[in-house]
Design a protein around this ligand. Sequence first.
Ligand code: UT7
Length: 324
Amino acid sequence: MMIRSVVVGCGSYLPERILTNADLAKMVDTSDEWIVERSGIRQRHIAADNEKTSDLAIKASQAALKNAGLTADDVDLIVLATATPDQTFPATACRVQAELGMTRGFAFDVQAVCSGFIFALATADNFIKAGQAKTALVIGAETFSRILDWTDRTTCVLFADGAGALVLRAEEGKGNTDDRGVLTTHLHSDGRHNDLLYVDGGPSSTQTTGHVRMQGKEVFRHAVVNLADVVKETLAAVDMKPEQIDWLVPHQANKRIIDGTARKLGMGTERVVLTVDHHGNTSAASVPLALAEAVADGRIKRGDVLLLEAMGGGFTWGSALVRW
Ligand code: UT7
């Protein structure tokens, strides 16, 4: 017997405003053809001026709690992944906690940029397995549009805004891969690559918020290798074969990276959840947004085995294998 973190609800929120590649072509020297060919992105959602990361997170959380048939009173842990918090401090998770009307338990943010949701999920899973939380809300939420340099065509066409959330509940499992819930998680970082993907500002260095800077080609190269490694490590840890995975739910940075990972696993596109075309790269929100979409349209069903993976600034990368 062992405690498992079983997913009992999921939800998401996307800001109303849609920015198309054609819109971007009016702002910087780019084209729909270039963006689609290099990244697979066609459009993305951008938060309204008065919409903060916490606003997106709260809407996604309310949807997830409703989907779970629970209220904020049932939650004793919030882990929120974001690289675009409302304020330098307190944690955006505490703002979400207050707005949801949750007055007990504890809430905090994790910072692993695009891998943030995987890090948050692994953290919540470990608190649950340690018996320190029973019901956890795990959120990925970003207003990445706020840290983009809208004159830099190498980054501003890629990133976007949104939020997704899962509700996890402690349940007893047998300890094998037939259990529902989080089956295994694997986290990695390598701080030597700071300069390939970073924000050129911060409270301690420049006292400004800063803008995203990325050496795209280099990040791409590392992403392909690191994601292949972590996927292999994940399957080996639970002695499963790629054929036993029902859905690959990858971080949505670039269609070419996703296709490459799927190809290495021998998984056809019919078993891959792809949202990068209409969401863009929403950093920590991308995996839960993809999950929520595939659950809502009936593709992901109870009992399915899902492989979640992501790679981002830090570098950070990781995976989670989940039986839905
Ligand atoms: O989520 C966190 C992790 N992030 C990622 O995983 C992103 C990884 N990187 C990528 O997805 C890709 O590297 C990009 C989509 C960012 C770029 O694709 P690429 O095939 O690596 O293109 P590139 O950076 O090598 O650029 C090719 C050309 C360059 O021109 P030259 O030097 O060949 O003359 C760029 O200046 O495309 C040019 N370019 C653009 N052209 C039109 C760069 N950005 C644009 C643009 N529109 N927006």
